[in-house]
Design a protein around this ligand. Structure first.
Ligand SMILES: Nc1nc2c(ncn2[C@@H]2O[C@H](COP(=O)(O)OP(=O)(O)OP(=O)(O)O)[C@@H](O)[C@H]2O)c(=O)[nH]1
Length: 424
C-alpha cells in the first residue's frame, strides 16, 4: 500500500492499570511548549537541566557520578587526525582570547541503555524529589523507529517539548540515536529518536547507523517490521504503536481507509494518526505511551532533558545548517566535529568546529566564492548555537577533506557512530 508516513513507537513492558491524561497540563500540544519544572527554552533551545536550586549541589555531584558510569574512556580507539590544508571561517561579533581547555573530555556511550540500578537517583535525590511517596510513578524507554523522513524527529521533539533532534526536509538527517527525556510530576519517558531505517546500505556509515537503530530497538524491547532478524522474537512482549504521521497531507476520507489497512495488515497494537509538525495528535501518542509505561521511579532528575553533552548539540546544529544550505551530495558527505570547546570565565565560549567532506570539489562548494557560503553557514550556526546555549559564543569553522570517511570504520567510530560520543 502506498501508505502514509508511518513509524512505530514501542515502549517497555505493558501495564494494564493506567492513569492517562493525569500528567499533562496541555490538551493539544503547542509547538515547543515549556513544561512544569523544565527550564526556559527558546526555539532551538534546550537546557540540560534547570538552574540548580540552593542546596542542590549534592544532586549535581550525584548526577555527575552517575553520568561518569556511562562514559567510556577510550580515546585510544580514535583515529589519528589527518591535518589537511584547512579553510576556516570564524563567526563572531568581535574577537576574544581563550584560556581553559576541556579537550580531554571522555566518551559518552550512546549504545547502552543505563541499567535501572545504575541510573537510579541516589538517596539524596530520592528524598529531594519525594519519589518514595509516589508509588504510582511510571518510567520507561521508548524507541522511535521508522523509515527516513517520516517525521520521527519532529514527533520526538514535540513530545519532549524542545528541539533536541534536528529536522530538515531531507531524508536521513538523523545519524545518531538521540536520547530525550520527557518528564511530568508522575512519569518519565525516555525517548530514543533513531536514524531512519534504510535497507539499501551504501556506506559503512549506513551499516553502523542501522546497527545503532537495532540496538535502540533491543534496549527498548521492541521491534519494527523493517528491522532485520535477531529481534523478531521480542515481538508480543512489547507494546507497539504505529504512528501515521503527516495526516495533514492526506485527504480526510483517506485517513479512515489507511487506518483500517494498518490495523488489518500489521501486527501493531494500535494506530494513531497525527500531524507532528502541527502538534495534532501528539498528546494522544503521549497518553498511549503513558498507558504502557511500567511503574517505577525516574531514571534521571526531572529537569534533565538529555544525556548528550552540549558539544553534541553544537555539532548537530551545524549539521542542520549544512542540510538547509547545501544541495545534493554535500550534506551527506559532511561530518561535523567539535574539536575544541573552551569555556572562559570572562569571555565568550570558544568553539572550534571542523567539517569533514570527502572530496576537494565538496570543500570548494562548502566554502563558496570568497568564502561567502561558509560565512553564511557559520553565522546561521552561531546564532542558533547561541540561542540553544543561551549565551554568546565565538565559533570557528574549518573545512577539511578526508577521502572516503564514510567507509572508514576507525574514523566512523572516532566520530561517534560506534555508539559513543565525546562528553563535555
Ligand atoms: N506536512 C507535514 N510535514 C511533516 C510532519 N512531520 C514532519 N514533517 C516534515 O517532514 C520532514 C522530515 O521530518 P523529520 O522529523 O526530520 O523526519 P525523520 O523521520 O526524523 O527523518 P530521518 O532523519 O530521515 O530519519 C521535515 O521537513 C518535517 O518538517 C507533518 O506532520 N506534516
Amino acid at each position: 500500500m502506498a501508505g502514509a508516513p508511518a513509524m512505530e513507537l514501542s515502549s517497555l513492558r505493558p501495564l494494564s492499570n493506567l492513569s492517562p491524561h493525569s500528567c499533562f497540563a496541555a490538551a493539544g500540544s503547542s509547538l515547543f511548549a515549556t513544561r512544569g519544572s523544565a527550564p526556559a527554552v527558546s526555539r532551538t533551545g534546550c537546557r540540560f537541566r534547570a538552574p540548580r536550586a540552593a542546596g542542590a549541589g549534592h544532586r549535581g555531584l550525584a548526577l555527575e557520578r552517575r553520568r561518569r558510569q556511562f562514559w567510556v574512556d577510550e580515546r585510544e580507539s580514535g583515529a589519528e587526525e589527518g591535518r589537511g590544508e584547512p579553510s576556516s571561517y570564524s563567526a563572531d561579533d568581535d574577537d576574544d582570547d581563550d584560556d581553559d581547555d576541556d579537550d580531554e573530555a571522555p566518551l559518552l556511550s550512546l549504545s547502552e541503555k543505563p541499567d535501572r540500578s545504575v541510573a537510579l537517583l541516589d538517596d539524596y535525590e530520592m528524598e529531594e524529589l519525594d519519589y518514595a511517596s509516589n508509588p504510582d510513578h511510571r518510567s520507561g524507554y521508548v524507541a522511535v523507529l521508522g523509515k527516513p523522513n517520516v517525521g520521527k524527529s519532529t514527533i520526538a521533539n514535540q513530545m519532549i517539548g524542545q528541539k533536541l533532534s534536528i529536522v530538515t526536509d531531507k531524508p536521513q538527517t538523523t545519524r545518531h540515536r538521540i536520547l530525550g527525556i520527557c518528564s511530568g510530576p508522575e512519569y518519565q519517558m525516555i525517548l530514543y529518536d533513531t536514524p531512519g531505517v534504510i535497507e539499501k546500505k551504501m556506506h559503512k556509515l549506513d551499516s553502523m547507523m542501522m546497527s545503532n537503530v537495532r540496538s535502540a530497538a533491543i534496549n527498548a524491547d521492541c521491534i519494527d517490521e523493517v528491522l532485520e532478524e535477531g529481534i523478531r522474537d521480542l515481538k508480543n512482549k512489547v507494546p507497539t504503536l504505529l504512528v501515521m504521521n503527516k495526516k495533514d497531507l492526506i485527504k480526510p476520507g483517506e485517513i479512515a481507509k489507511k487506518l483500517q489497512w494498518y490495523e488489518k495488515f500489521t501486527d501493531v497494537d494500535d494506530v494513531i494518526p497525527v500531524s507532528a509538525k502541527y502538534g495534532h495528535g501528539v498528546e494522544d501518542v503521549k497518553d498511549w505511551i503513558l498507558s504502557k509505561l511500567p511503574l517505577g521511579p525516574a531514571y534521571y532528575p526531572k529537569d534533565i532533558v538529555s544525556e548528550h553533552p552540549e558539544r553534541f548539540f553544537v555539532a548537530e546544529i551545524v549539521r542542520e545548517k549544512i542540510f538547509m544550505q547545501y544541495r545534493n551530495e554535500v550534506p551527506y558527505a559532511s561530518q561535523v566535529n567539535v574539536v575544541s570547546y573552551k569555556t572562559r570565565p570572562n569571555a565568550k565560549d570558544f568553539i572550534q568546529v571542523e567539517i569533514v567532506v570527502e572530496k576537494n570539489s565538496q570543500k570548494i562548494i562548502m566554502i563558496g566564492k570568497q568564502g561567502r557560503a561558509l560565512k553564511l553557514l557559520a553565522t546561521a550556526a552561531r546564532l542558533d548555537i547561541e540561542d540553544f546555549l543561551q549565551k554568546k559564543v565565538y565559533l570557528e569553522i574549518e573545512v577539511k577533506v578526508k577521502e572516503n570517511w564514510r567507509q572508514d570504520e576507525g574514523l566512523l567510530k572516532y566520530y561517534g557512530y560506534g555508539g559513543q560520543i565525546r562528553a563535555l
